[in-house]
Design a protein around this ligand. Structure first.
Ligand SMILES: [Zn+2]
Ligand SMILES: [Zn+2]
Length: 556
């Protein structure tokens, strides 16, 4: 007798963190499983812990091995944490990709902006439509979020139906796009849902997230009252927000100037997709200077303080076309992503010092989150009535609170897991049944590095305490054949007594070699190691920090 199929779920990214989403659904048994991948996103590195690393991606070793059993990659929406790793990782998988029209168009535009645009085919599925992918049938159910065309996925299998919510909120007046499809979700609940895999981002926040329409009202009011120039920065992909800003400008006769490439790209795709129908034409940055201060509004990239983006350059008076002066106003219609506080703070303080008014979401309703707060989570559970709930898309605290809320709502089974867990959803009791390989990859320049690789660890150490390089030449008897070479990089020149540290190290290297026993001196490795230890401990004594130290021993 053949055993029945098993439906499994395995996060490879996105659980225990916000970012780098990659979820797998499996059906079958053992090596016979077919896999469906949902989303393939990135996280962003922070300069302090990961110097030089901009992007972090899920390690897809497991999927590469299972490539022939992978029926496809489905995208819920095109925020970077859900699709940002495709350019780098798809070549290892070469699987079909499915997304709705706007998502596919924005992805294509992103590919075309590459130096060598890759050819990655995407099959367009209509919003609300279904697609058969091997043993999975996937339905794209519209949900409100902070980007057009976000979808929850109803994944139908022989074992049962899973609702993968993706990122969502309940916004009955989302400005553009469809509100969350309550009717369809209730119908799904009537059909019976085995498992709900859901967004936990705002599970610690009580109440309901305000609507985009309320943000639009605030923006209109602020723009109306502004006397000088106005600059608004927001996430480029938030097309509702772009529309709200455009409406606010039009109401008071201001022209909208678009500044920044990511913003231009989204505006173009949104126009082609019909999401900016009826919105006035925007102007290029080159025309900014032609309009009087009270007749212009700059819509800029750079809400996260990115140093090369439009806003940072404007704030530093470093933008060729767009300038701001005393009495002008900058609105941050955005939230600062954790890790970016310092860069954003730097820009805000810089603007204030120039006499520019700065408005943020700390004082005005100029931004709302695209994720569900607790009342919305409760509503979703009441519509879908799942047998099992697994919180995802959150840090440990968010997952924990979402799980607790689900139990309090009477969800019969609630399971929390971590990246790399293979979870049986059914039949039978849900359980973590196996571990699959998981981890992180760093994009370091053009190279994808294993997170365990030395490069970043060494850079962090060098950033903290510099590096000492020593070169020694030994003759056949183990005597110094010449003066040692000492190079100190990222290390202070003088100690507190004002003595040059490189001289001290130089003398120390000579005395260390000369005091070594004869036999040891003929072993270059032993000499190198003794010198290395001596140099590090001497610098620690002088300076209070232990730098990296490399000793090269040549025998002549
Ligand atoms: Zn999102
Ligand atoms: Zn997300």
């Amino acid at each position: 007798m053949t055993r029945p199929d098993e439906l499994t779920f395995a996060p490879l990214g996105g659980v225990g963190e916000i970012g780098m989403n990659l979820y797998l659904y499996g059906i079958g048994k053992g090596s016979q499983r077919k896999w469906l991948a949902v989303d393939l996103g990135v996280s962003f590195g922070d300069e302090e812990h990961l110097p030089g690393i901009d992007l972090i991606m899920p390690d897809i070793r497991f999927l590469e091995k299972e490539r022939k059993n992978l029926v496809g990659l489905v995208l819920t929406h095109v925020h970077e944490d859900h699709f940002g790793a495709i350019l780098d990782l798809w070549p290892k998988l070469k699987c079909p990709i499915y997304a709705t029209q706007f998502s596919a168009a924005l992805f294509r535009a992103k590919c075309e902006a590459e130096r060598n645009p890759p050819k990655i085919p995407v099959t367009v599925v209509p919003s609300g439509g279904k697609v058969d992918l091997g043993p999975f049938n996937v339905e794209f159910i519209p949900v409100a979020h902070s980007i057009p065309e976000a979808h929850a996925l109803a994944i139908r299998t022989s074992v049962g139906v899973v609702l993968h919510t993706g990122d969502w909120k309940i916004d009955k007046t989302p400005i553009i796009g469809k509100p969350t499809d309550e009717r369809r979700l209730r119908e799904l609940g009537d059909e019976g849902v085995l498992a709900l895999i859901g967004d936990s981002t705002n599970a610690v926040r009580e109440g309901t997230s305000p609507s985009e329409t309320e943000v639009a009202k605030t923006l209109a009011e602020l723009v109306k009252n502004a006397k000088g120039r106005v600059a608004v920065t927001t996430f480029a992909s938030n097309v509702s927000r772009l529309r709200a800003v455009a409406d606010a400008a039009r109401a008071v006769g201001r022209e909208v100037v678009v500044v920044g490439r990511a913003m231009e790209r989204v505006v173009q795709v949104a126009r082609e997709s019909g999401y900016l129908d009826g919105v006035q034409n925007f102007r290029g940055a080159d025309l900014y200077g032609h309009f009087p201060p009270d007749k212009v509004l700059a819509l800029c990239t750079g809400s996260q303080g990115e140093p090369r983006a439009a806003l940072a350059r404007i704030a530093n008076d470093d933008h060729p076309q767009v300038t701001l002066n005393k009495g002008d106003c900058v609105i941050f219609s955005s939230r600062t992503i954790p890790g970016n506080e310092k860069s954003v703070g730097g820009i805000i303080n810089g603007l204030i010092k120039q006499g520019i008014e700065v408005i943020t979401d700390r004082t005005h309703l100029v931004h709302v989150s695209g994720h569900p707060r607790r009342d919305e989570l409760r509503e979703m559970i009441s519509w879908v009535r799942p047998q099992l709930l697994i919180p995802v898309h959150g840090e440990a605290l968010h997952l924990f609170e979402h799980a607790k809320l689900a139990r309090a709502c009477g969800v019969p089974k609630v399971l929390t897991c971590v990246n790399g867990d293979l979870v049986r959803l059914g039949p039978g009791d849900p359980a973590i049944i196996e571990q699959i390989p998981s981890g992180r990859l760093y994009k370091d320049g053009n190279i994808l590095e294993d997170a365990k690789s030395r490069a970043v660890v060494e850079r962090r150490k060098i950033a903290f305490a510099g590096c000492a390089f020593v070169a020694i030449a030994l003759d056949a008897k183990g005597e110094l054949a010449d003066d040692p070479e000492v190079e100190l990089v990222g290390i202070p020149e003088k100690n507190t007594a004002g003595e040059p540290l490189d001289d001290l190290v130089f003398e120390l290297v000579i005395s260390t070699v000369e005091t070594l026993p004869k036999a040891k001196r003929r072993d270059p490795d032993a000499v190198g190691e003794s010198v290395r230890r001596a140099v590090r401990s001497a610098l620690n004594e002088q300076w209070g920090k232990k730098p990296l130290c490399y000793v090269h021993v040549l025998t002549v």
